[in-house]
Design a protein around this ligand. Structure first.
Ligand code: OAD
Length: 226
């Protein structure tokens, strides 16, 4: 079976990484417009870089959980395309080899001038020179609000051929990811939501299983692969 999975912050919550919209979420400690837009970076690069340095350190200290590991088992039995909105690398560290990071990755830096990417240092400076073109234009390889998600054409294509689309731990508030279920459904996929609480786009799913990801994702994978 061809399965396209979209994960969000909820799959990493039990690894200790705060979700965005929980009451203790990161956006409440740092106003979104102060940290996650190109305008914020232009206005106050040090604030934005410290915010991502903090998140990079938190992700490095976290460990993959049973839900990340269950998706590795799923890929051994089905034709899985794994898309994540998460910028941590917990899917990779669980053993998923091909992860589509549509919102970028904390562990990468990129050059705002030429687009070259490299491994992010623990502490990033906007004036670090690019290793390809030497421009002092370093930024996190993160998709900020107002920017285009990465790999979006490949993702639409995977949604169009999927037999099953599964969204895990995402609130359905941010487009285009919030439109994936509708797109997959219109192209013939069955749509399943695995989440702690029903998402904002709950009507786009045929079925829903609610609970913590470390319980419901392994149970769902086991039910599918036997
Ligand atoms: P949110 O913080 O918006 O939503 C987290 C979802 O995870 C909610 O639906 C929760 O109910 C669910 N959840 C929380 N704990 C869970 C658990 N233990 N098990 C299962 N589900 C749990 O995070 P996202 O939907 O990922 O974008 O946010 C989407 C995007 O908005 C992010 O990628 C980021 C943000 O702004 C950018 O930075 C561009």
């Amino acid at each position: 079976m061809r399965i396209t999975v979209l994960t969000g912050a909820g799959i990493s919550a039990e690894s200790g990484l705060a979700t965005f919209r929980a009451s203790d979420g990161l956006w409440e400690q740092h106003r979104i417009e102060d940290v996650a837009t190109p305008e914020a970076f232009a206005r106050d690069p040090d604030l934005v870089l410290r915010f991502y340095d903090m998140r990079r350190a938190a992700a490095a200290a976290a460990h993959p959980n049973a839900a990340h590991r269950a998706l590795v088992r799923l890929a051994a039995h089905h034709d899985l395309t794994l898309v994540t909105q998460n910028v941590d690398d917990l899917h990779e560290r669980a053993g998923s080899p091909h992860v589509i990071h549509m919102h970028g990755a904390l562990n990468r830096a990129c050059c705002a001038g030429c687009g070259h990417r490299w491994t992010a240092p623990a502490v990033m400076s906007a004036t670090d020179p690019c290793s390809a073109c030497s421009a002092p234009a370093t930024r996190p390889d993160i998709v900020w609000f107002g920017e285009t998600p990465q790999h979006i054409e490949a993702i639409w294509a995977a949604l169009e051929v999927a037999d099953l689309f599964v969204a895990i731990g995402t609130s359905g508030n941010v487009y285009p990811a919030a439109g994936f279920a509708q797109h997959a459904g219109r192209n013939g996929a069955r749509c399943l939501e695995l989440n702690l609480d029903a998402s904002s786009n709950a009507r786009d799913f045929d079925q829903r299983i609610l609970g913590p990801a470390t319980s419901i994702v392994p149970a769902w994978v086991d039910s599918l692969i036997g």
